[in-house]
Design a binder for this molecule. Structure first.
Ligand code: ARG
Length: 587
């Protein structure tokens, strides 16, 4: 039972004892205080009962206190102001809880945090780049945020299916294949004849031709039909193109340590016709100038006319929305998902709202299933505009990640020189890789995802502030304490003593780890965890400045403080891992 639940029960018992059984279910109105001066919790029930009991609130607070048994969890309570009851955890209680946390299995270190009691089958739909098109920073955000959400839910014990809904179907292939037939036919029959950089350039040229040349348009459309009808040559060309893109995407996934199962749009082809058929049967879709449309609540065009969602084009073709409708059905009926999470930029908010609305109207989403779009903002350059290279081109993700690694390497080299340390190339490149990639991920995750953020190497690579390097240094610092003092953290066995204010503050924060993880899972906001880790690191540094550890006054205090160091490092490690970031034993 959590300390707050326990507190609630104890207060309700006291209310019943003081004022009669009628009050046994009264909400005690417990609130966390924001100023440590007033303790940890404030109980506000006395004010709310004043009228009902016909007594002044301070009297009620006193009667309540006279009947309140707080065990050894809290200090003797104080009445403040008009009748607030202030409660403060005892150092002994906090110490015991930390000790339990410390004893958790180090090999699979989850710091004693239990799994949720109601694990669910969850699908996280993330990353999802498009074949033959550039994987851009928007996909990078989706990849980083989606992976973090999946990690947190997995940690909680949910059964998570990570799905990469790649754009691997549609008109782009008609254009591309038609164009390649003209200029690079070998690309359609031989593997690896071109690389993705070329493919993207080809795609741009193909698109330009499509927009200006009517004959080309016609051929491209025929090619799409051939693809849809399963023509062998076209399918082969399509497979090769997909393979080519897939390899390039995999480079990014490997670099970032991302696990995701590809299940692209093409997977849902066999189910599209049924979606339309069922929508017709349900009377939801109507024909509009040859196309099939579903009218929506709450969506109107500029003239105030109701706006429909098109689910089948007049030429019989299906679109992005049709595929998402089929995907919902498949995911709920076949995958048996109980929660589905889609991570894309906020530009697609309307798309998902419309698709969800249609699926709900069709009763394809049971009440018990939670289906959510998790939108995020843009990544901007330092000028506040769309992120571009100096020459004005779109930034290749590979280059962006490499640059971060390289830049951190340079910063780290300078630090080694200043500290007169010499390290192997292997050591240095490992540090640069982990901190450089970690910095990019952390910079993304530490923002409230709904806002846009400015991509700045200087900020994300700084060793001070809410950054990955800052957290990594905290972790490494603790490991260096254990090396210097020749301490095996695993064998520390001692009561935790909390005396100094900085020790108490750190202790209380350490105990909030579970809540911080829970907040990410509930609100799907990774920045909650980053904020927690940032505050943890700050509190640790304050403690470390104020309290001698290896040189503590006596053996007991030394062990106790070492335990606080160890727990901090373990929280940082677990937290960073949930963000998809590795730690370094030495930096
Ligand atoms: N491929 C799409 C894009 O690049 C993202 C797909 C998101 N997932 C989905 N089920 N629609 O914008």
């Amino acid at each position: 039972m959590s300390a707050v639940t326990d507190l609630k029960t104890r207060i309700q018992r006291a209310l019943a004892a003081a004022f009669g059984e009628d009050f046994a279910q009264t909400d005690p109105m417990i609130a966390a205080t924001n100023d440590p001066k007033y303790g940890d919790y404030q109980v506000n029930v006395a004010m709310s009962l004043s009228k009902k009991l016909g007594k002044p609130p301070r009297q009620i607070a006193q009667d309540l206190m006279d009947n309140l048994d707080l065990g050894d969890t809290f200090e003797a309570p104080e009445i403040a102001g008009p009748g607030f009851i202030n409660l403060r955890y005892t150092a002994q209680y906090l110490g015991q809880r930390l000790q339990t946390m410390s004893k958790a299995d180090r090999n699979h270190d989850r710091l004693g945090i239990p799994n949720v009691t109601n694990p669910k089958k969850v699908i996280v739909d993330f990353s999802s780049p498009n074949i033959a098109k550039e994987m851009h920073v928007g996909h990078l955000r989706s990849t980083i945020i989606g992976d973090c959400i999946a990690r947190v839910l997995e940690f909680q014990g949910h059964d998570v299916l990570r799905l990469n809904h790649v754009g691997d179907w549609g008109t782009q292939f008609g254009m591309l294949i038609t164009y390649l037939k003209e200029v690079a036919p070998e690309a359609l029959t031989t593997a690896n004849a071109i690389d993705l950089g070329d493919l993207v350039a080809f795609y741009k040229k193909a698109k330009a031709r499509f927009d200006e040349d009517e004959a080309f348009q016609l051929t491209a459309r025929e090619e799409v039909v051939r693809l849809q009808n399963g023509n062998e040559d076209t399918l082969k060309a399509w497979r090769l193109l997909c393979e080519q893109s897939r390899k390039e995407f995999q480079v990014i996934y490997d670099l970032l340590d991302i696990q995701v199962n590809e299940r692209g749009e093409s997977f849902y082809n066999p189910y599209l016709a049924d979606v339309i058929k069922d929508l017709k049967t349900l009377g939801l879709s109507v024909e509009d100038q040859g196309a099939q449309c579903v009218f929506l609540d709450g969506f109107t065009n500029r003239e105030g006319q109701p706006l429909p969602l098109m689910v089948q084009k007049s030429d019989g073709g299906f679109n992005y929305a049709t595929t998402d409708l089929a995907a919902i059905r498949y995911r709920l009926n076949e995958d048996k998902a109980q929660r589905v999470i889609y991570v894309t930029d906020s530009g697609q908010a309307n798309h998902f709202e419309q698709v969800f609305q249609v699926a709900r109207k069709a009763k394809w989403i049971p009440e018990t299933v939670e289906i959510t779009h998790v939108p995020f903002g843009l990544v901007q350059g330092e000028d506040g505009k769309k992120l571009k290279t100096r020459s004005g081109d779109t930034v290749r993700l590979r280059d962006l990640l490499d640059e971060s690694i390289e830049k951190f390497g340079a910063i780290h080299d300078a630090r080694l020189v200043a500290e007169e340390r010499s390290e192997t190339e292997e050591f240095k490149s490992n540090v640069a890789r982990i901190a450089g990639l970690g910095a990019v991920k952390y910079a993304d995750l530490s923002q409230n995802r709904t806002s846009s953020y400015i991509f700045s190497y200087d900020k994300m690579l700084a060793d001070k502030g809410n950054t990955a390097p800052y957290m990594l240094y905290v972790y490494a610092r603790v490991q260096s304490i254990s090396r210097r003092g020749e301490i095996d953290f695993a064998t520390l066995e001692t009561p935790v003593q909390l005396q100094e204010p900085s020790e108490l503050a750190l202790a209380k924060h350490l105990l909030q780890m579970e809540a911080a993880i829970g907040a990410v899972a509930d609100e799907l906001l990774p920045n909650r965890l980053c904020q927690y880790l940032f505050e943890l690191s700050q509190k640790f540094n304050t403690f470390y400045d104020a309290c001698p550890v290896l040189k503590a006054e006596d053996e007991g205090l030394r062990s106790s403080r070492l335990m606080l160091c160890d727990l901090t490092a373990r929280c940082v490690k677990l937290g960073l891992n949930l963000l998809g970031i590795e730690v370094l034993e030495r930096m």
